[in-house]
Design a protein around this ligand. Structure first.
Ligand SMILES: Cc1ncc(COP(=O)(O)O)c(C=O)c1O
Length: 369
């Protein structure tokens, strides 16, 4: 990444322009995911001559961007996904926001993009959430989804890193990602398309990864499956499930694929590993092959399977299926798991309890806005 050493805007320089036409807030019981946007957004721009400058909160609006911008042609686009919650006393909180800012900065390095300084990102996120805090839904399973985004905006068609960027943050009140949150979902094992490969962008939240994943997800949905289980480039080892990291309980051990450069290092994955270790569970981060899962399922040793991610927190899996396999989860091989398993439930209760202020935070994971 090019170092420009240009001045960076001071956080105190924030300009706030409030909307004159606040929107009607949607019904908290029917939010869906990513359909509604709050009244304001945070925007800060980078140019080679000015560095990061002009941070401001403005009414939610369309952008004016040069059609030759690198985001449109060469995919210089990165994003993050995090959530704000409301404590029972009405206080808005964020959950480990620095993890997401660090991940965006690491992704920017890989995509040769300029990322704003962490202090500026965090301050923009906090001030925006603070301003739009009345949009944080308090219904069961709901939250305010935060989407920080970094895009190359320079109007130039040569293939090289953009020299101008927008970093912006939008907010969306959301319901539970998969409908009824803790109902186990069936997953399609994808044996043709790949989400990512060694040396590629899989460890980043580059928009390009999601473009690569759409075809398999659409096909899986047509077959009645909620998400896709991604395999590695040899179609042998397990990587992730849809937009989540994946965990298995095999013979009472919690097992998840080791971060190998093509898997996204999830914030929730990191919490799950920390909690499981704290609780004294047997934990393994290692390569897991599809063959191993086939055998574990056949012998009844595949006790649980669940995805972890900001959108759903913990999402239990009932069945893993491909053209060649049908892997049931749980000790009963005859029926797909109909209920969330005990470990997934304990993790869900702890994480959602912390996020909603039902459990006191002792780890510094909860950050006031
Ligand atoms: C591909 C992918 N893997 C894993 C995750 C889970 O990451 P996190 O727990 O930080 O939300 C996400 C969602 O952000 C994702 O898009």
């Amino acid at each position: 990444m090019t170092e420009y050493n240009k001045p960076t805007a001071q956080i105190s320089e924030f300009r706030v322009t409030k909307t004159l036409t606040p929107k009607v807030k949607p019904d908290g019981r029917d939010l869906g995911f990513g359909k509604h946007f709050t009244d304001h957004l945070f925007l800060v721009k980078f140019s080679k001559s000015e560095g990061w400058h002009q941070p401001e909160i403005i009414p939610y609006q369309d952008f004016h961007i040069n059609p030759a911008a690198s985001v449109f042609h060469y995919g210089q686009a990165l994003f993050e996904g995090m959530k704000a919650f409301k404590y029972p006393n009405g206080e808005p909180i964020l959950f480990r926001p620095e993890y997401n800012c660090d991940r965006l900065a690491a992704g920017a390095e890989r995509l040769c993009m300029q990322a704003p300084p962490k202090k500026l990102m965090l301050s923009g996120i906090k001030q925006l959430v603070h301003l739009d805090q009345d949009w944080i839904p308090t219904e069961e399973g709901c939250a305010l989804y935060i989407r920080p985004t970094l895009i190359g905006t320079e109007g130039f068609l040569g293939v090289r890193p953009s020299e101008e960027y927008f970093f912006y943050v939008i907010l969306s009140p959301v319901g539970s990602y998969y409908g009824s949150q803790l109902k186990p979902i069936p997953i399609w094992i994808e044996t043709t398309d790949l989400r990512a490969a060694p040396g590629g962008l899989g460890a980043t939240k580059a928009g390009a990864n999601y473009a690569a994943s759409l075809r398999a997800a659409v096909q899986a949905r047509k077959k009645g499956f909620s998400q896709v289980l991604w395999l590695d480039a040899e179609h042998q080892a397990i990587e992730e499930v849809g937009t989540m990291n994946v965990f298995f309980v095999i013979k009472d051990r919690l097992v998840t694929p080791a971060l190998n450069g093509s898997i996204l290092a999830g914030n929730t994955r990191d919490c799950v590993l920390a909690l499981a270790k704290e609780w004294g569970w047997a934990v393994e981060e290692r390569r897991i092959t599809l063959n191993e899962l086939v055998q574990a399922s056949a012998s009844g040793d595949l006790q649980e399977c669940f995805g972890t991610g900001t959108a759903a927190t913990i999402s239990p899996v009932s069945l893993l299926e491909s053209e060649h396999h049908r892997l049931f989860i749980g000790t009963e091989n005859s029926l797909p798991a109909l209920q969330i398993g005990p470990r997934a439930k304990k993790l869900y209760d702890e994480l959602s309890g912390l996020q909603r202020g039902k459990i006191k935070d002792t780890r510094g994971w909860v950050v006031p806005v």
